[in-house]
Write a protein that binds this ligand. Structure first.
Ligand code: GLN
Length: 493
């Protein structure tokens, strides 16, 4: 019999519906995989009983002909999502032990669609990072290993590094991610899976621990494009509890999947080919262009002239919003409280925040408060907001010439744990290709394109027009079909 943990979301859904196996068998197989996968440190909390409970409900629903879209599908939940009664710590010490009294809208929608929770997935603390190394709960190891003799343990990317590691290691068939500046797409690229960040406002942010509210978006991660479409359909939709939620119907993205791109024009932005771009990444990008042409698309070269300002703009706006959002962690309301003997209120705030936040979070709070402070506000924050508008306008001009953009997802394949930890700027450079779409609120997806010489996965990024997730998914589907990416990490854990 096939290993149930090798099945995709669509195969599990269909197999449960047809009675090829029970949902309980599937959940049990993944619960065992989660346990065996502990050396990867992908999960912070395991909830095998929740996976089984949802599976039993799915098996009953099948018997009564009452199946839901995700009945029988167990998934992993990024630790940034509040899950009722289950620790939701954003991988931080300051929220350790915080068990929300409520469920985030997105996770609630997934459970209502029949999915079950395998556990809470590790991540960079408060989603700040590109390697999962800022987690209070320890690094996540990528299941991938270099094939050229290098023995170093690699990062699964970040901030959704637990999600990407768990999916590529078959510790879950799919997971949620969140993307503020690339945290779904970059880890997907590093681990040979797919991930989509929808248009800002498609998924409710209610109950998702806030990092930078004008950028944060939930999205899907899975091994196939179809699975991403299935998951995103269950996650998206209007929510009156989030003022930026879009009041629009959720399209039937799975039913609309097609790899025929006739009539579509793909833009190739020249600013994404800086001097010194890794030749293997440049070659994959060219290959991607050929694949999209083969699928029927026209291709045009174009310019997004403000691209070079995206990274500095992001690293002003995101910390500014973070410094404001994270002001709520004061030792009074949630999680950690450090109250030294005889201390007053101010001392408690200071002690709690000093002990509770990691170095990267503190760095962002300091940058954020600096750029928002009197005297610097206009020079940094206001200026960044203006440049953000110019970046968004670049894309608007591009849409006059094309329907989607194709770029590499990240400037390199996965790097070794520890390699960039001492150099925040080198770490921030990882996001150079992903932050522009985030600043403009556009839907964007990473899909695996192939392996580099060291045997590590490389991803291609598709960026789409506002609300046009369907074209993003379809172009990714066309690449998936042509790339025939079936590589998987060899089990060593
Ligand atoms: N790596 C980026 C950062 O550190 C993006 C993180 C994210 O998208 N959550 O801010």
């Amino acid at each position: 019999m096939t290993d149930l943990t090798d099945l995709t979301v669509a195969e599990i859904r269909d197999g449960v519906a047809q009675g090829s196996f029970s949902a309980r068998e599937v959940a049990s197989a993944f619960n065992a995989a989660v346990e065996a996968g502990r050396p990867l440190n992908a999960y912070i909390v395991e909830t095998p009983e929740k996976a089984l409970e949802a599976a039993d409900a799915a098996d009953k629903a099948r018997a009564s002909g009452d199946l839901k879209p995700l009945s029988g599908v167990p998934i992993g939940m990024k630790d940034l999502f509040c899950t009722e009664g289950v620790q939701s710590a954003a991988a931080s010490h300051i929220l350790e032990g915080f068990k929300p009294a409520y469920e985030s809208t997105v996770s609630g929608k997934l459970w209502a669609a029949g999915a079950g929770m395998l556990g809470k997935l590790n991540m960079d603390q408060f989603a700040m990072g590109s390697s999962n190394e800022t987690s209070y709960f320890g690094n996540v190891s990528s299941p991938w290993r270099r094939q050229d003799g290098g023995n170093a343990v690699l990062t699964p990317g970040g901030s959704s590094g637990g999600s990407s590691a768990a999916i590529s290691a078959r510790l879950c068939p799919a997971a949620t991610g969140t993307d503020t500046g690339g945290s779904i797409r970059q880890p997907a690229a590093f681990t040979g899976i797919s991930g989509i960040k929808p248009t800002y406002g498609r998924c409710s942010r209610w109950g998702i621990i806030a990092f930078a509210s004008s950028l944060d978006q939930a999205g899907a991660m899975a091994r196939t494009v179809r699975d991403n479409a299935i998951l995103l359909e269950a996650m998206a939709g209007f929510d009156a509890k989030d003022a930026t939620s879009l009041d629009l119907p959720v399209p039937q993205w799975e039913a609309g999947l097609s790899s025929n791109l006739k009539g579509k024009t793909v833009g190739i932005p020249k600013e994404y080919r800086p001097d010194g771009l890794d030749p293997e990444i440049a070659a994959l990008w060219d290959q991607g262009v050929a694949w999209l042409k083969d699928a029927g698309a026209n291709v045009v070269e174009l310019s997004l002239p403000h691209t070079q300002y995206a990274l500095p703009t992001y690293y002003i706006i995101a910390p500014a919003e973070a410094s404001s959002n994270l002001a709520r962690y004061d030792g009074v309301r949630y999680g950690l409280r450090d109250l030294p003997d005889g201390a007053g209120l101010q001392d408690m705030y200071a002690a709690t925040r000093a002990a509770g936040f990691g170095d990267e979070v503190k760095r962002r709070i300091m940058i954020g408060t600096y750029v928002l402070s009197a005297g610097f506000y206009d020079a940094y924050y206001t200026q960044a907001c203006k440049v953000r508008a110019l970046i968004a306008r670049d894309f608007e001009h591009a849409w006059e010439k094309c329907d989607l953009l194709l770029t590499p997802t990240a400037p390199s394949a996965a790097f070794a744990l520890g390699e960039k930890q001492a150099d925040p700027l080198a770490m921030y450079l990882n996001d150079v290709f992903t932050v522009p779409a985030s600043l403009a609120g556009l839907p964007a997806m990473s899909v695996p394109g192939g392996l580099d010489k060291a045997g590590l996965p490389l991803g291609l990024q598709i960026i789409g027009k506002p609300l046009d997730e369907q074209t993003v998914l379809n172009a990714s589907f066309a690449i998936e079909e042509r790339a025939g990416f079936t590589a998987r990490p060899e089990k060593w854990w």
